[in-house]
Write a protein that binds this ligand. Structure first.
Ligand code: ATP
Ligand code: MG
Length: 258
């Protein structure tokens, strides 16, 4: 059995991609799943949020993409426990420029992950909010995508941008890329706007819309500054329970599709 490789992506910024990657990784690992996070964002928030000091990362995803390190050597255990990380640091921003000159530049991550995928159940890729060569590497390596979204006025527009991107990637290079789920984050069930967006989502994305919603929860915002997931920081917080429920929903879905 090899891993399910899932990119967490949305071209809109600040919608909870990184928060979802870190907390879903921690939740899956509590369910005895072997998890690797790939931090493709030069901001390195998934790295820091996992308790790894990005200033001290010499060999991370950057070195792997450029072929300067084997992926096996570059993978670090998250000190907060439970899962592994292929870390980012600032140098990753330069990978963009350097990769452009390389052969098979969109395939770099996919090829690297092939070496380790048998060691994991889930590989979660944190994509930056822009459609760069790094994001394309993520979408080419992935079998499916989880899209975190905030139910606000422009949310559906952001979603159609992503769907247009997925279509292009499918045509060009990764025909099986699928949207596994749309997860509503920073969610406020009382908001009228959220209800309207929910209706639209249920109408157009019935199959992909995940039932679990992630509430706005201050503990989720605090946890990264302590270098841990909310599951370690405050396991009873509403945000922690929501990410456990999300992991369980996804586990049930993958059992159903076997
Ligand atoms: P970017 O596009 O910059 O990579 P992102 O989509 O990865 O952003 P996050 O970094 O996960 O988004 O979240 C943006 C901010 O909102 C962060 O400060 C995070 O701590 C906070 N946040 C995310 N989800 C929640 C939540 N459910 N409740 C409260 N705060 C949250
Ligand atoms: Mg992020």
């Amino acid at each position: 059995m090899s891993a399910q490789i899932i990119a967490v992506a949305n071209q809109k910024g600040g919608v909870g991609k990184t928060t979802t990657v870190v907390n879903l990784a921690a939740a899956f690992s509590q369910r005895k799943q072997r998890v690797l996070i790939v931090d493709l964002d030069p901001q390195g928030n998934a790295t820091t949020g996992s308790g790894i000091n990005k200033a001290q990362v010499d060999t991370g995803v950057y070195a792997v993409l450029l072929g300067n390190s084997s992926i096996q050597e570059a993978i670090l255990p998250a000190p907060s426990g439970g899962y592994d990380v292929l870390a980012a640091n600032r140098a990753l921003a330069g990978a963009e420029v350097e990769l452009v000159q390389e052969l098979a530049r969109e395939m770099r991550l996919k090829n690297a992950l092939a070496e380790v995928e048998s060691q994991y159940d889930y590989i979660l890729i944190d994509c930056p909010p822009t459609l760069t060569l790094l994001t394309i590497n993520g979408l080419v390596a992935a079998q499916s995508i989880i899209v975190p979204m905030v139910c606000e006025y422009y949310a559906l527009e952001g979603l159609s941008d992503l769907i247009a991107t997925v279509r292009k990637i499918r045509l060009a290079i990764n025909p099986k890329l699928d949207i596994l789920g749309i997860v509503r984050t920073l969610y406020d069930a009382r908001s009228l706007l959220a209800k309207q967006v929910d209706e639209q989502l249920a109408k157009h994305f019935q199959r992909q819309l995940l039932q679990t919603t992630i509430p706005r929860n201050i503990r989720l915002a605090e946890a990264p500054s302590h270098g841990m997931s909310v599951l370690q920081y405050d396991p009873q917080a509403r945000g922690a329970l929501a990410y456990m429920a999300l992991a369980d929903e996804l586990l049930t879905r993958s059992e159903a599709s076997v």
